[in-house]
Design a protein around this ligand. Structure first.
Ligand code: GDP
Ligand code: MG
Length: 572
């Protein structure tokens, strides 16, 4: 396949809009997979992806397609849709001068109104209405047109097989038998079995054992050429050897490394601890492998008096955090303690001692335990995002109320047609990470869409709130919160905790506190629990369960089931 016959493309859209289904149809049309019912969302290989119906990891596949007598090699990258950033991604692609092919999906639905959607797209993105391709990914309608447009509109990669090898590592996985499998895109030269290559990042040298393309399973080939996308196995044993964004070149033919990737910025941080400290090393190696596979997760070592040695992890959002946790459980058999999620706040320090300690006067706080008190700070800052909501106009009132409740400031309001409105709001990030999307969906019967992008920091009146059980702090539930919201949130957390923990033999005080000041209190009387029956017996039973011990955490003299905290945080 000469470079002129290669096209590289990916599908960008919100979660659930049909990216993976469209990918399936493209794989079928090109004969890459057979047309059976078993092949649903083929690129979604992970268990968590199949269960949740979302793409977590971008997968690629090479498709072979004959168009007007020419054979084409089309490389498709299915993109993860776990962030609501389609609009922001559109502008990134637009600024990078990438070709954009507008596709309207789900035209088979009864209430589909593609004409209206085309007009909206024209208004929002300045794309002429006649450029949109109307498809049903589910039924396959017009999907072939998408392939033809890919060939017509997307230019072939600009690179040359005669140049020295320049291969970008854009993904990597670990196989128990074959070691590290690196997914690579060739920006120059060619690569084959037996060649000696060097990693620009680690400077380590390897001999290539196997190269091939992804269809979407690995299929060995003799060579990979400039412009192609495929995989490479080269005796890399440690997952850290194939870093995403690294450049590979031939031994003794060094090249200028590719710029790699701008790593996605974590928006949500949480502490992660092994349930049992003897599992620390196992969890450490599971984290190493999983973060190699998902480079958008950041990891810092951390420790806590109550929870022992652990980590502070950064995620793109709450769903990302949940998915990561689920993957740890399913793929690595690890159960962990996760603390309440927090966004990256900042503090401008006024205390000379602290400034000296940090070597700077502004610090980022990703852990409530490190929240500096107001006497050593001149200003706290919180991250914000610019949110775009598109909704049928009948929901505007409710949505505006919701946004105001989340401390958001309206920036724009535009009718994109006679019954659809686009609203832009500046939100404090922490107000949307947990459940904003759910709230928006439920009050608009699923019709409003939400999309956001980073919008810098703003000054904020922040405090740290602790939750106490009989006077002992529950580290999992400590949070940094806006002063105006502390009382209501403290009360709610105490109430929820009261509902969630099992009754014990003695009375328990559940309190929310800011410093030494108690702002909310619930008292949990001893006695028979809400499930009825004798408490002593119930506690004994819980303990006797094979896993009982692991599932309980003792805070002072109070025994709390591990999952109680998660249930409290998730607002079920
Ligand atoms: P993704 O999150 O963008 O990858 O979306 P999926 O491909 O997983 O699809 C989300 C849901 O929409 C699935 O239930 C699909 O069956 C459904 N879906 C996808 N395309 C169509 C379509 O053209 N018509 C209809 N009616 N449903 C579709
Ligand atoms: Mg998908």
């Amino acid at each position: 396949y000469p470079v002129e016959s290669i096209r590289n493309f990916s599908i960008i859209a919100h979660v659930d809009h049909g990216k993976s289904t469209l990918a399936d149809r493209l794989l079928e049309i090109t004969g890459t997979i057979s047309k059976t019912d078993h092949n649903k969302q083929v690129l979604d290989k992970l268990q968590v992806e199949r269960e949740r119906g979302i793409t977590v990891k971008a997968q690629s596949a090479s498709l072979f397609y004959n168009h007007e007598g020419m054979n084409y090699l089309l490389n498709l990258i299915d993109t993860p849709g776990i962030q609501a950033q389609t609009v922001a991604n559109f502008y990134l692609a637009f600024e990078a001068q990438l070709s954009i092919i507008p596709v309207i999906n789900k035209i088979d639905l009864k209430n589909a109104d593609p004409e209206r959607v085309e007009k909206q797209i024209e208004k929002l993105f300045d794309i002429p209405t006649d450029e949109c391709i109307r498809i049903s990914a589910k039924q396959g309608t017009n999907v072939e047109k998408v392939l033809q447009k890919v060939i017509e509109k997307i230019p072939p990669p600009q690179c040359n097989t005669a140049d020295p090898l320049k291969a970008l590592v854009f993904d990597s996985t670990f196989d128990h038998y074959r070691g590290v499998i690196a997914n690579i895109a060739l920006f120059g030269g060619e690569i084959a079995k037996g060649q000696k290559i060097v990693s620009a990042h680690t400077k380590k040298r390897y001999e290539v054992n196997e190269v091939g393309i992804l269809t979407p399973n690995e299929q060995p080939t003799h060579k990979l050429y400039a412009g192609q996308v495929g995989y490479l196995i080269a005796g890399m044993k440690e997952v850290t050897e194939a870093q995403i964004g690294d450049t590979l070149f031939l031994y003794k033919q060094p090249v200028e490394p590719l710029p790699g990737f701008k790593s996605a910025k974590p928006m949500v941080f949480a502490g992660m601890y092994p349930i049992d400290q003897t599992e620390y090393n196992n969890l450490k190696s599971a984290l190493e492998r999983l973060t190699l596979n998902d480079s958008s997760v950041t990891v810092h070592r951390d420790s806590s008096l109550a929870l022992g040695a652990g980590w502070r992890l950064g995620f793109l959002g709450l769903l990302h955090m949940e998915v990561f946790n689920q993957r740890l459980e399913q793929e690595y058999n690890m159960s962990v303690i996760l603390t309440a999620p927090t966004v990256p706040y900042k503090a401008v320090l006024s205390s000379a001692k602290l400034i000296k300690e940090h070597g700077k006067d502004q610090i980022t706080i990703i852990n409530p335990a490190q929240f500096p008190d107001k006497f050593s700070v001149s200003e706290y800052l919180e991250p914000t995002v610019l949110g775009t909501i598109v909704t049928p106009h009948e929901y505007i009132g409710k949505i505006i109320t919701l946004c105001q409740d989340r401390r958001a400031v309206q920036k724009d309001m535009l009718y994109i047609d006679e019954n659809r409105v686009m609203l832009k709001y500046l939100f404090p990030l922490n107000e949307i990470v947990v459940d904003f999307y759910d709230a928006l969906k439920s009050l608009s019967s699923g019709y409003a869409s939400f999309d956001y992008e980073d919008a810098g920091y703003q000054s904020a009146d922040l405090i740290k709130m602790d939750i106490l059980l009989n006077g002992n702090p529950v580290e999992e539930l400590a949070t940094i919160i806006h002063n105006d919201k502390a009382y209501a949130a403290g009360k709610l957390l105490c109430e929820r905790l009261k509902e969630t923990i099992p009754r014990q033999l003695f009375e328990i005080a559940i309190q929310a506190a800011i410093g030494k000041k108690i702002i909310a209190r619930e008292t949990f009387k001893s006695g028979s629990d809400k499930y009825g029956g004798d408490i002593t017996r119930r506690m004994k039973l819980l303990k006797r369960q094979a896993e009982g011990k692991r599932l309980m955490r003792k805070i002072g003299n109070v025994e709390v089931p591990r999952d109680a905290f998660i249930r409290v945080l998730k607002r079920e």
